[in-house]
Design a protein. Structure first.
Length: 143
């Protein structure tokens, strides 16, 4: 039996990890869940991301910040067998990826003994606020 959507509930948050939509975080960032791409509108930049990175971004966009909840969403299929090392490696590699494209890796803040949060204050504020024009002039990563 094929299941089109898988929703994970964490602390009263429902996250559709198989969603096909574009999810916005304010006007600065969006993630294309179908194509596994993250868009930084101020920099007119699109970066290809893998499935786990996409799920991590979806957690941060939905204020799912607690480490155990992030693990439950990112590794939905086998979250009980995931170690802290897997979690830390995912965060580390994602920060490196962001840094490679000139995105401050500090936008992902570690909250000691708790988890993560998204801090977009480090991004440039030279964005076009018109939604329908937000993807004009983008540079595509070649990952």
């Amino acid at each position: 039996m094929y299941i089109d959507t898988v929703s994970v509930v964490t602390e009263s948050k429902l996250i559709d990890i198989n969603g096909k939509d574009i999810i916005d975080y304010g006007s600065e960032i969006s993630v294309d869940c179908c194509m596994n791409k993250i868009h930084f509108h101020g920099k007119k930049l699109t970066i290809n991301i893998n499935e786990k990175q996409k799920r991590l971004v979806m957690c941060l966009f939905n204020d799912v910040n607690r480490k155990q909840d992030i693990i439950k969403v990112v590794w939905y299929e086998n979250h009980k067998g995931i170690s802290d090392n897997n979690y830390h490696q995912l965060i580390h590699k994602f920060r490196i990826l962001l840094d490679e494209f000139g995105i401050p890796s500090g936008i992902i803040k570690t909250i000691n003994r708790y988890g993560l949060r998204l801090d977009t204050s480090l991004l440039c504020s030279s964005m076009n606020s018109k939604c329908h024009d937000r993807f004009n002039g983008y540079h595509q990563s070649n990952n």
